[in-house]
Design a protein around this ligand. Structure first.
Ligand SMILES: N[C@@H](CCC(=O)N[C@@H](CS)C(=O)NCC(=O)O)C(=O)O
Length: 221
């Protein structure tokens, strides 16, 4: 993935898809993994959330909710990491989702526990609004991640093989790895979650997951 630091006007029909990303964003991280699994190269444009880059007029025109990620691809602009990953699955011959409807429902269930049940409650804009105290913010994030992980641990014991659902990488795995990283950052005791930890360990050393880590992004500081 290459990085553009300019402020180009992005054509919806640009030859190479463009990912608006921030190295530390767990939702952009999900999409970076999914792009690797789907085998799609992108140009990255960094939206520096630490410097309120999402509040620029230019980015507001790209993503009215002012969040990352946004992917510009094949004449459309897609925000929301789940929508992006489902599109990547659809154009890659199903590399990110099983074909079986029951397994697909399980992938969505695991993904949404993270996407809807955990991440939105502990993302930085919510933490900023909640409290200016670092301790209070950390306790809040830890509480909601733990609540979600308690459920995830139970459900994964029914769905997992090597990965979240069976033995193939899916959208659920793209969601899991960045969320575990957030859990570790907020000092959640991962020894309480042996299944989550086992799957995470199976995933993190795969090449497509390594390329997508925050440390390996062009905007990493
Ligand atoms: N549901 C969205 C959530 C995106 C999101 O929360 N992005 C965060 C970074 S992980 C963000 O851009 N935060 C900046 C802000 O809310 O101001 C998705 O899955 O893409």
């Amino acid at each position: 993935m290459s990085l553009s630091t300019e402020k180009p006007i992005i054509s919806l029909y640009a030859e190479k898809p463009v990912l608006y990303s921030f190295f530390r964003s767990s939702c952009a991280w999900r999409v970076r993994i999914a792009l690797q699994v789907a085998g799609i190269e992108v140009e990255q444009i960094a939206v520096n959330l630490a410097q309120s880059g999402q509040n620029s007029t230019e980015y507001g025109n790209t993503n009215p909710l002012r969040q990352v990620p946004t992917l510009v691809i094949h004449g459309i602009r897609i925000s929301q990491s789940m929508a992006i990953m489902e599109y990547l699955n659809d154009i890659s011959d199903g590399k990110l989702m099983p074909a079986d409807p029951k397994l697909k429902a399980q992938v969505r269930m695991i993904s949404e526990i993270i996407n809807a049940g955990i991440q939105p409650i502990q993302n930085s804009s919510v933490l900023n609004k909640y409290s200016s105290s670092l301790e209070e913010r950390a306790a809040w994030a830890k509480h909601w991640i733990s609540k979600g992980f308690n459920a995830l641990e139970k459900l994964l014991s029914e769905t997992a093989g090597q990965m979240c659902v069976g033995d193939s990488v899916t959208i659920a795995d793209c969601c899991l790895v960045p969320q575990v990283s957030n859990a570790v950052r907020f000092e959640v005791d991962m020894s309480l979650y042996p299944t989550i930890s086992r799957i995470n360990n199976n995933l993190v050393n795969r090449p497509e997951f390594k390329v997508a880590t925050p440390e390996n992004q062009p905007d990493f500081v």
